[in-house]
Design a protein around this ligand. Structure first.
Ligand code: UDP
Ligand code: MG
Length: 205
C-alpha cells in the first residue's frame, strides 16, 4: 500500500496526474488504462462485480450557482460521497447546445426563459463516475422545484424557485450518456483511479 501510494504521489508530481493499475480497473472499467477518452457508451453502464453498475453522469452548476459561488460546495458534495470526477470545464452554453440538451422541453412555455437563464453566464459542467451515480446524484440534487426539495439536497439547501435551481443532473443512464456526449469531447474525459478506491468500494469475491 505504501509503495503504491508513493508511486501515485510520484506520478502526480512528475506528470500532474495519477494513473495506476488495479484489478478493479482491469475487470470492471476499461481494458486499457491510459489517458484515452471513454467515448464508448459501454462505460456508462459497465457492469462490475458490484451489485449495481458503474455509471457516469453529467452534473452542471448553472449560471446562478456559478454567480453565487456554489461551485466548490457542489463539487465537494460529490467528492465527499465518494464519486470520482472524470471531466470538468467552465463554458458559456450556446442556444444550440441547450436546444439539444433540453430537447424534450423546447415546446414548453418556460423554454425561452430557461434559455435566457442558462445563457446568462458561465456554466460549470462535470462528469462524475461511480456506482449508481445517476440515481444517487438525482437524489443529492433534489426535485426540480426547490419548494419540494428536502433539506440536505443541493436544491433544497441552495435555491427557492424552479427557474433558478442552481444545478443540473442527468435523469437516467441513457440520458447521461447522451448529455455527456453533447457537453464533452471524448478526450476531455479521463480514465483514472485513485489509491483510496478500496475505502469506498468492496469487490465481491
Ligand atoms: N424549469 C423551469 N420551469 C419549470 C420546469 C423546469 O424553469 O416549470 C427549468 C428548470 O431549470 C429545470 C429545467 O427547466 O431544472 C429542466 O427541467 P426538467 O423537468 O428536466 O428538470 P430537472 O431534470 O432539471 O430536475
Ligand atoms: Mg431533466
Amino acid at each position: 500500500m505504501i509503495l503504491s501510494q508513493t508511486c501515485v504521489f510520484k506520478s502526480i508530481l512528475q506528470h500532474g496526474r495519477c494513473f495506476t493499475r488495479s484489478r478493479f480497473s482491469e475487470k470492471a472499467l476499461v481494458s486499457k488504462f491510459t489517458s484515452a477518452p471513454l467515448s464508448s457508451g459501454a462505460i456508462h453502464r459497465a457492469q462490475s462485480s458490484f451489485t449495481g453498475g458503474v455509471e457516469r453522469t453529467l452534473v452542471a452548476v448553472k449560471p446562478d450557482g456559478v454567480q453565487r459561488r456554489y461551485v466548490g460546495q457542489i463539487i465537494q458534495r460529490f467528492e465527499k460521497r465518494g464519486f470520482k470526477l472524470v471531466g470538468l470545464k467552465m463554458l458559456q452554453a450556446s442556444d444550440g447546445l441547450l436546444s439539444q440538451h433540453y430537447r424534450e422541453l423546447v415546446k414548453k412555455p418556460f423554454y425561452p426563459n430557461l434559455v435566457d437563464y442558462m445563457t446568462s453566464g458561465p456554466v460549470v459542467a462535470m462528469v462524475w463516475e461511480g456506482l449508481n451515480v445517476v440515481q444517487s446524484s438525482r437524489r443529492m440534487v433534489g426535485p426540480t422545484n426547490p419548494a419540494e426539495a428536502p433539506a440536505g439536497t443541493v436544491r433544497g439547501d441552495l435555491s427557492l424557485h424552479v427557474s433558478r435551481n442552481v444545478v443540473h443532473a442527468s435523469d437516467s443512464v441513457e440520458g447521461a450518456e447522451r448529455e455527456i456526449q453533447l457537453w464533452f469531447e471524448g478526450k476531455e474525459l479521463l480514465n483514472w483511479e485513485c489509491y483510496d478506491h478500496s475505502l469506498t468500494y468492496k469487490e465481491d469475491k
